[in-house]
Design a protein around this ligand. Structure first.
Ligand code: TYD
Length: 209
């Protein structure tokens, strides 16, 4: 595929939105078309599934149901939006992707290997060219997220859940160091941006962009 697929990952309050805007600027300044999207969400069907997933009233949702709705939302998103954009040669910047399911559902909920297996079907094997993991301590991230507004169903989980999610991200980053770039989210916004830009320059060089 001709385009570039970039994903951002991290716990609550890691500051992904600010960096997504910076990444968008990096590529628009190069004259490339950028598609900014998110998971769960990004298409009409996926956004409906997002509402179900994040609704605080859905306290009876089982872990397997949750994992499969995230995957269903992703299956639609990949085929309806992401792959067509990549085929047109565009840059797709996605706020969260499969790594979120591995961190939150496999590690956080304890569902294990089943999550990667289901997601292989959901994505049809599509993988990001590069992933930025904005690494923030779960307690600090939660405090930031709580300041920013009301917490959703996942954010309301106890802190030990968020520490398991954090362990998940660490394992993913260790297993795939070429794809997953760990970014210290405790740095200043400017430092974070310049670390990300350095990785993007390298990626563009490799891809001849
Ligand atoms: P969102 O408001 O997008 O959170 P954030 O601003 O932190 O990115 O809500 C998405 C929530 O869903 C977030 O708590 C992480 C969770 N999530 C999963 O548990 N599994 C997944 O596969 C994805 C994509 C998100």
């Amino acid at each position: 595929m001709k385009g570039l697929f970039i994903t951002l990952e991290g716990g609550d309050g890691a500051g992904k939105s600010t960096q997504i805007r910076n990444i968008e600027r990096f590529f628009t300044e190069k004259g490339l078309v950028v598609v900014h999207t998110r998971e769960p969400g990004g298409t009409q069907i996926s956004e409906k599934l997002r509402d179900i997933l994040l609704d605080n009233r859905n306290t009876e949702m089982t872990d397997v149901t949750e994992m499969m709705i995230y995957a269903a939302s992703r299956a639609q998103h990949v085929r309806e939006l992401i792959i067509p954009a990549l085929e047109r040669g565009e840059v797709v910047i996605c706020d969260r992707f499969v790594d979120s399911s591995v961190a939150y559902q496999a590690y956080g909920r304890g569902l294990g290997d089943m999550v990667a297996e289901v997601n292989r079907h959901a994505t049809g094997g599509l993988r990001p060219d590069i992933t930025f993991w904005l690494d923030i301590d779960p307690a600090a991230g939660r405090a930031r997220a709580a300041k920013a507004g009301e917490l959703d169903r996942l954010e309301l989980e106890k802190l030990d859940f968020h520490y398991r999610v954090y362990e998940g991200y660490k394992k993913i980053a260790e297993a795939e160091p070429d794809r997953v770039k760990r970014i210290n989210a405790a740095d200043t916004v400017e430092e974070i941006c310049s670390n990300i830009y350095a990785c993007l320059e390298k990626l563009c060089e490799e891809k001849g962009i």
